[in-house]
Design a binder for this molecule. Sequence first.
Ligand SMILES: [Zn+2]
Length: 217
Amino acid sequence: MKRLMLCRGIGTTPLKGGVIPNLFLFFRSGQYVHEEPVILRPHVLQTCQGFRLQTTFHEALVKAADHDQTYLATLKVLLKGDSKVDINFGIEKDLLLYKNRWYIPKDEGLRRTIMEAEHDSKIAGHFGTDKTIDMVRANFYWPKMDEHITEYVRSCDVCQRNKVIRHKKYGLLEPLEVPMRPWTAISMDFIVGLPKSEGYTKIWVIIDRFSKMAHFI
Ligand SMILES: [Zn+2]
């Protein structure tokens, strides 16, 4: 959350050490934490840029919206001012909002980019399903979003490789002691799945580890 708040505070004002790209398009008005331009230290700035807050997001959203008929239809109805439409919908910069979050059109690439930014990026750090859902939900919405994110996190290659080990560390393999006399050390096994013979289907095999003498019981 801290990261989001920091990122939302960025303005377009040229700052010491460089000009910040126009990042506001990523967020809705009223969502900015700071009214005044904020001077960010370079490492904070780097973090925000790593979060891919770029104007290309706006362009991608507009492009994806053009191909989603449901999205366009809802937008059209809203623009007409039809009162029948779900009150959770809204419009900003000619784009659809749902519960004051960007409504992401049906575009696998764009949805994937968002999930990647919130899960895979250096500062997202591969959080679990719930946390990733929370982070995506802070700014975005699309139908069945939770299911998509759950599936995305579940199939994340990095997460699967870095599962937390919950058992004690394995020790080294230790050889068995060498027996010095017969019948001081034995090994045993069962032979199972045999055809019935006098009512029995298994054989208990006991072997002396010194002489290799075997008993079949
Ligand atoms: Zn992951």
